[in-house]
Write a protein that binds this ligand. Sequence first.
Ligand code: PEP
Length: 249
Amino acid sequence: MKKNIIIANWKCNPETQEEAKRLFEEIKNGIENSNTEVIICPPVIFLTAVSFKESGIKIGGQDCFWENKGAFTGQISPSMLKDAGCEYVIIGHSERRKIGETDEEINKKLKVALNAGLKPILCVGEGSEEREKNQAHDTVKKQLENALSNIESVIKNSDSFIIAYEPVWAIGSGNPCSFEEAEDMSIFIQKTARELLGVSPVRKIIVIYGGSVDESNAKDYITKSKMEGLLVGGASINSEKFIKIINSI
Ligand code: PEP
């Protein structure tokens, strides 16, 4: 049976290692759903504090640099994430784009992450102005074209590639995307990414949704919008809510 992917993006939370450990353990102990692949992306400083091994939960980074080592103060590289046990890494989150991350940088990060053996979770999504001007599809298309530019040779060994549709206006706003809009964008992203990647051997493009997901709407994004998973921010640092989301799928 196909497993839905549920990703927790803890962002810059919690404040201490003790809280991170407790949150992880609470989530681990609450999961009753074996139809989901749960991936937790804590702040990098907590990666080794959470006992993910043999927990059934996978871990990921929230970002990475585009070189694996060198004189780059403050950066965390894909090979470091891999060494810390990460299988996944979020790339191109809108909160990073907002502080200046460019499509060109996202493309470089994707290539190095793939080469290091990580599975990227590429985030795309339009802002509110673009949605109002009916430019959502053009924006997402451009983000995909730039992110996936010349990526065929590095992506060729991957059996799947995850793209998260995260409309910027829906993130952390309590104003989630409608199920119809999400379904429309899921189909559009599948089609566009497939065209861009051509007949590359990537067997599967997995489109997931993120933006004000909670326990009341999670299941409908899977059943009504045909999303293959969810990227959860705010609700993922509340173990009770996050467990309900996982167990509702
Ligand atoms: C996110 O951070 O990717 C996100 C979707 O946040 P939230 O669930 O809080 O909207």
